[in-house]
Write a protein that binds this ligand. Structure first.
Ligand code: MN3
Length: 264
């Protein structure tokens, strides 16, 4: 998403449309992806068609500082660019049932550190998503200071990208679940929690933490803890799927290029 730019394309799902069933039905996924998400892509392209100079900006850059956009374009980018960003993160963070795996390694440690336990994290993001009034999203995001946070946004708004890097999003617009769950958002969220592709979330976390450390280095804000982590190699090298438990896997092999790569 950092590099994604005009003309934007509708990204293919990283699983079959029926791949999330029975948690999320093929009908729901097809309608949501092929119709609703695609419409945001088309409208974003339409909106940018008359602004050749802005076509060079990535989706991330467009959404990071919408206040810098021409007034006539701003709302269309926030709504439709946001719709593209939110849906790509949502769809890309899911995987078929049965492949569920809990987060491990550095991401698990951070979740436990910042939320108490994995179960507490699950309860808190679900509660946050339940509280979104009308339409919006609940997110797990990495603050530029290095802490994990759960945030919610309305409509197709993204979290403040100047301050945080989104890792995971759940769409709680009724269109995401109404066909299958009608008004039972809670049941949909329980199903969603079983579909999270933690491996991809862990890759975004690792990449995000590299940015956090790079920022600290730029500003000369290394802590003793950072230096200790650097010297053991646990900061950059442990993506949670190798290393710490004796299996050595190169992080660049594990953090594969996602169809919806969010953070370079
Ligand atoms: Mn949606």
């Amino acid at each position: 998403m950092r590099e994604e730019a005009y003309p934007f394309v509708t990204r293919a799902l990283p699983y079959e449309c029926y791949g999330l069933a029975p948690c999320i039905s093929a009908e729901s996924v097809t309608y949501h992806h092929d119709r609703l998400y695609k419409a945001y892509v088309d409208r974003l392209n339409q909106a940018l068609a008359d602004y050749p100079r802005l076509q060079k900006l990535s989706l991330w850059e467009l959404l990071e500082r919408p206040e810098n956009l021409p007034e006539g374009l701003r709302t269309a980018v926030v709504r439709n660019g946001g719709g593209v960003f939110c849906h790509e993160l949502y769809f890309d963070s899911l995987q078929p049932l049965g492949r569920e795996q809990d987060p491990k390694g550095a991401l698990l440690e951070a979740l436990v550190h910042d939320f108490g336990s994995l179960q507490d994290f699950r309860e808190r993001i679900k509660a946050a998503a339940m509280e979104v009034f009308a339409s919006g999203y609940a997110w797990l995001a990495l603050e530029r200071g290095g802490a994990l946070r759960i945030v919610t946004t309305m409509n197709q708004d993204v979290p403040d990208l100047k301050c945080m890097i989104p890792l995971l999003a759940v769409d709680v617009w009724e269109h995401a679940y109404y066909l299958q769950y009608q008004n039972r958002r809670s049941d949909y969220l329980n199903a969603w929690l079983r579909l999270i592709n933690w491996r991809k979330v862990a890759c975004r976390y690792e990449e995000g933490m590299e940015e956090v450390y790079n920022d600290r280095m730029l500003h000369g804000e290394w802590t003793e803890e950072d230096l200790a982590m650097m010297s053991t190699g646990s900061m950059m090298g442990n993506d949670g799927f190798g290393g710490s438990d004796g299996v050595t896997l190169a992080p660049e092999q594990e953090c594969y290029e996602s169809e919806f790569l969010l953070v370079p």
